[in-house]
Design a protein around this ligand. Structure first.
Ligand SMILES: Nc1ncnc2c1ncn2[C@@H]1O[C@H](COP(=O)(O)OP(=O)(O)OP(=O)(O)O)[C@@H](O)[C@H]1O
Ligand SMILES: [Mg+2]
Length: 203
């Protein structure tokens, strides 16, 4: 599997696609959700996009199999998204970071997650290609809580910029894994669209 992973990643770089690596040191922060949301929203926008799942848990693969009636192989997709395991020293995570044009480090506002995301951001800065961008994206944000209200202060604790848009904590995002786009209400769709625009705007 790892050899296949490396070969596909090198191939992606060679044919000059935009490569987005979605990473975190921790599990459960929303890497797979964000990979899937970006994949579906870019597809909705008519972009040619490929999602590669390099986590043995296979969350992104399972969800995509459930939510896409038929999938055309995007052999030459203009955008490639890598969903990675919750382990920065994993071969697949390392290869994804090294090949990315944009490394998205996923963090929740919880202090414990922020510490781990700070480590991830530093490692990504060190490992990624010189021209690559590294950005933190906040997920599971609840604006009406203390941690939600101090998010701008929290963002300053990172060595890299944070995306201006965040993903809120919403139940419909949990349904998204098995229902896809139709699970999202209009507010969530707008939020995802804003995140997608912010992601595309970084490169
Ligand atoms: N913004 C959100 N609002 C509500 N639930 C969320 C949100 N983001 C993620 N979740 C839920 O949190 C759980 C973990 O999300 P996800 O599987 O995307 O994390 P992960 O970082 O990929 O985890 P792992 O490293 O274990 O693969 C899932 O049940 C998912 O539905
Ligand atoms: Mg995952």
């Amino acid at each position: 599997m790892f050899i296949k992973c490396i070969v596909r990643i090198v191939y992606s770089v060679y044919i000059k696609r935009m490569v987005i690596a979605v990473v975190a040191k921790k599990g459960g922060v929303g890497k797979s959700l964000i990979s899937l949301l970006l994949y579906h929203s870019l597809k909705q926008a008519g972009r040619s996009v490929e999602l590669q799942d390099w986590d043995a848990q296979g969350t992104a693969t399972k969800s995509r199999d459930l939510t896409e009636a038929e999938r055309k192989a995007e052999a030459s997709a203009e955008i490639v998204i890598y969903d990675t395991p919750p382990n920065l020293s994993h071969t697949a995570t390392d290869a994804a970071i090294r090949s990315a044009d944009l490394v998205l480090v996923v963090a929740t506002p919880s202090p414990v997650d922020v510490w781990e995301a700070q480590d991830a951001a530093k490692l990504a800065q060190k490992t990624a290609r010189k021209k690559a961008k590294v950005r933190v994206v906040f997920n599971k944000v609840r604006r009406n809580t203390l941690l939600g209200r101090v998010l701008d202060e929290t963002a300053k604790q990172f060595s890299v910029p944070t995306l201006q848009t965040v993903l809120s904590n919403r139940e419909c995002y949990q349904h998204f894994a098995w229902q896809g786009w139709k699970a999202l209400d209009s507010t969530a769709r707008e939020e995802v669209l804003q995140m997608t625009i912010a992601v595309l705007g970084t490169t």
